[in-house]
Design a protein around this ligand. Structure first.
Ligand code: NAD
Length: 492
C-alpha cells in the first residue's frame, strides 16, 4: 500500500496530524493507498504557504509568464493523460474511456485561460468630472481554496485552476477523501513544470476538519466548491462569517424532455448518455426523463431494452459501458433509492438490483435502472440519487413539459429533443436551468459557462467570465487639474 503525503511548497510533506486514511478501489474494495487526514494545524500551515506565495515571487510574474506556464503545464498534463485517467479510475470506478477522453482535453482548458490571462480586463470610464481620469483594473483575490468531489476529480479541479492561476491567485486543492491521489499526482506534475513554491498546494482529508477549516480561515479569500447541495449550503454559511467570495457548483435533477416530433433514434442515445454515462454519477445526469404521451410506451420499452443491454463491468476495460458506484456509502444510497421508488409506486422496467462481476465479486456494481410511471412529486423525481436510476415521467403538451421540468428545487441542466427548431428555442427560453442542450446532452467545455439556477449553485465556471470570478475590481481616480475645490462637497 503506497503512502502519500500533503503537497506543500512543491514537495510531499508529512502531516502534523500524523493521521492517514485509506483510499479504496471500488471495483475490488481493496485499499491500495493512504493519504493524510489533515488537521487544523496542517490547514494553517498550507494556508501560510499559499499566502506567502501570493505575496512572493508569483506576484511579480507578468500575465505573459503565467500564460506561458499554463501552456507548459497543459502540455505536461496532456503527456500524463493516460496515467492520470488510470489513477482516477482506480479511485472512483468510472470508465477508462471517459476519463482518458477528459484528461486529453485538459491542455485545451489551460491554453484557453493562457490566452485570457493576457486579454485586456480594465476599463476607462467617462466620469461626471471633467478633469478626472478614471480607470478600473482587475486584481487577483489571493488564496483560493478549490474543494472538489469524487466524480471527476481532475476535470473539476481544472475548471478552477485554469482561471484562478491565469488571474494570479494561489490555489489550495482539497480533493474528496474518496479520490485524493490523482490530485496529488497532478500537483507534482505542476511543480515539475516550474511553478514557484506554494502557488499550488494540496491538502487531503475528510470534509471536517480540512474542508471546514478552509471555509473559515481568515487568509482564504475564495472558496470554489463543487459537490452536494447540502455541503454547499454549509460552506456558504461558514464562508459568510468572514464574507469570502464563494462559487458553488452543486447537485441536480435534470429533465431530459422528449417531444413526439423528435428523431427517436438520436434521442434514445441522448437519454442513455444522460443517465447511464458515468453510472449516473454526474451532477448533470438527465435523471428525469420527460416523454410526451403519444410516444411514451415506445420510449419506455426501448429505454428498458437499452438499459438491459448495457455492459457493466471492469471500468479499466475499453469495452465496458458502465463501471462501479464510487463508494460503499453511495452504493447503499443508490440501492436505498431503488426501494424508495418501488414503495412510492413507480414501475420497475429494468435493473433495480446490484450486479456481480466475475473476478470483482466485491465490486460496487449496480444494474442500469429504469422506473416508469413516475410522478414528479415522488421522492425519486425530486431528490438527487447520483446513480444509474432513470425516472420516466409522462407529459401531455409543451406547457405541461415546461411546468414539470421547472417543478424542482434544482436548476442545473436540461435536454430538449425535438425536430421543430422554433419549439426547441421556445422551450429552452422557459427552462430554469444553467445549461440547456438541444438535441444533445452532457456536453461541457472551456469556451462556455457552466453552473446552476436555484439550489444547483452560485456563480459560473468556464468561459471568459470565469476569470472575473477570480478577481476583484479596483477603481482608480486620477486628478488631471480638477483639484479639491470644496472639501465638504466631493461632487464639486
Ligand atoms: P460532498 O459535498 O460530500 O463533498 C465534496 C467535497 O467537499 C469533498 O472534498 C468533501 O471532503 C468536502 N466537504 C464535505 N463537507 C464539507 C464542509 N462542511 N466544508 C467544506 N468541505 C466539505 O460531495 P460528493 O459526494 O463528493 O460529490 C457528489 C455531489 O457533487 C453531488 O451532489 C453532485 O451533484 C455534485 N457535483 C456537482 C457538480 C457541478 O458542477 N454542479 C459536478 C460534480 C458533482
Amino acid at each position: 500500500m503506497q503512502r502519500y503525503e500533503l503537497f506543500i511548497d512543491n514537495k510531499f510533506t508529512a502531516p502534523l496530524s500524523g493521521e492517514y486514511l485509506p483510499v479504496t478501489n471500488p471495483a475490488t474494495q481493496t485499499a491500495f493507498a493512504e493519504v493524510p487526514n489533515a488537521s487544523l494545524a496542517d490547514v494553517d500551515r498550507v494556508v501560510a504557504s499559499s499566502r506567502a506565495a501570493f505575496e512572493g515571487e508569483w506576484s511579480e510574474w507578468r500575465a505573459a509568464d503565467r500564460a506561458a506556464f499554463l501552456i507548459d503545464f497543459g502540455r505536461a498534463i496532456g503527456e500524463h493523460a493516460e496515467e492520470l485517467a488510470q489513477l482516477q479510475v482506480d479511485e472512483n470506478g468510472k470508465l477508462i474511456r471517459e476519463m482518458v477522453g477528459q484528461a486529453k482535453l485538459f491542455p485545451e482548458y489551460f491554453n484557453y485561460y493562457a490566452g485570457l490571462a493576457q486579454a485586456p480586463t480594465g476599463t476607462t470610464n467617462a466620469v461626471h468630472l471633467k478633469a478626472m481620469l478614471n480607470y478600473t483594473v482587475r486584481e487577483p483575490l489571493g488564496v483560493v481554496a478549490a474543494i472538489t468531489p469524487w466524480n471527476s476529480p481532475l476535470l473539476l479541479l481544472v475548471w478552477k485552476l485554469g482561471p484562478a492561476l491565469a488571474a494570479g491567485n494561489t490555489v489550495i486543492a482539497k480533493p474528496s477523501e474518496v479520490t485524493p491521489i490523482s490530485t496529488l499526482r497532478f500537483a507534482e506534475i505542476a511543480a515539475e513544470t516550474g511553478l514557484p513554491e506554494g502557488v499550488f498546494n494540496v491538502i487531503t482529508g475528510y470534509g471536517n476538519p480540512s474542508g471546514t477549516a478552509l471555509t473559515t480561515h481568515p487568509d482564504v479569500a475564495k472558496i470554489a466548491f463543487t459537490g452536494s447541495t447540502s455541503t454547499g449550503q454549509a460552506i456558504m454559511s461558514a464562508a459568510g462569517k468572514s464574507l469570502k467570495s464563494v462559487s458553488l457548483e452543486l447537485g441536480g435533477k435534470s429533465p431530459n424532455i422528449v417531444f413526439e416530433d423528435a428523431d427517436l433514434e438520436v434521442a434514445m442515445n441522448g437519454l442513455v448518455a444522460g443517465i447511464f454515462g458515468a453510472s449516473g454519477q454526474t451532477c448533470m445526469a438527465g435523471s428525469r426523463i420527460l416523454v410526451q404521451e403519444s410516444i411514451y410506451d415506445r420510449v419506455v420499452e426501448e429505454l428498458g431494452r437499452r438499459a438491459d443491454a448495457i455492459k457493466v463491468g471492469d471500468p479499466q476495460k475499453e469495452t465496458t459501458e458502465m463501471g462501479t458506484i464510487a463508494s460503499p456509502q453511495q452504493y447503499e444510497k443508490v440501492l436505498e433509492y431503488i426501494e424508495i421508488a418501488k414503495n412510492e409506486g413507480a414501475r420497475l422496467v429494468a435493473g433495480g438490483r446490484s450486479e456481480t462481476v466475475e473476478g470483482m465479486e466485491r465490486g460496487l456494481f449496480v444494474r442500469p435502472t429504469v422506473f416508469a410511471d413516475v410522478d414528479n412529486s415522488m421522492q425519486i423525481a425530486q431528490e438527487e440519487v447520483f446513480g444509474p436510476i432513470a425516472s420516466v415521467i409522462k407529459f401531455t403538451d409543451e406547457a405541461d413539459a415546461i411546468r414539470i421540468a421547472n417543478d424542482s428545487q434544482f436548476g442545473l441542466a436540461a435536454g430538449v429533443w425535438t425536430g421543430n427548431p422554433q419549439r426547441s428555442h421556445r422551450v429552452a427560453s422557459k427552462l430554469r436551468a444553467g445549461t440547456v442542450w438541444i438535441n444533445n446532452y452532457r456536453k461541457t467545455g472551456y469556451a462556455t459557462s457552466f453552473g446552476g439556477y436555484k439550489q444547483s449553485g452560485v456563480g459560473r465556471e468556464n468561459g471568459a467570465d470565469a476569470l472575473r470570478e477570480y478577481t476583484e475590481e479596483k477603481s482608480v481616480w486620477v486628478d488631471m487639474g480638477q483639484g479639491v475645490k470644496d472639501p465638504f462637497n466631493p461632487r464639486a
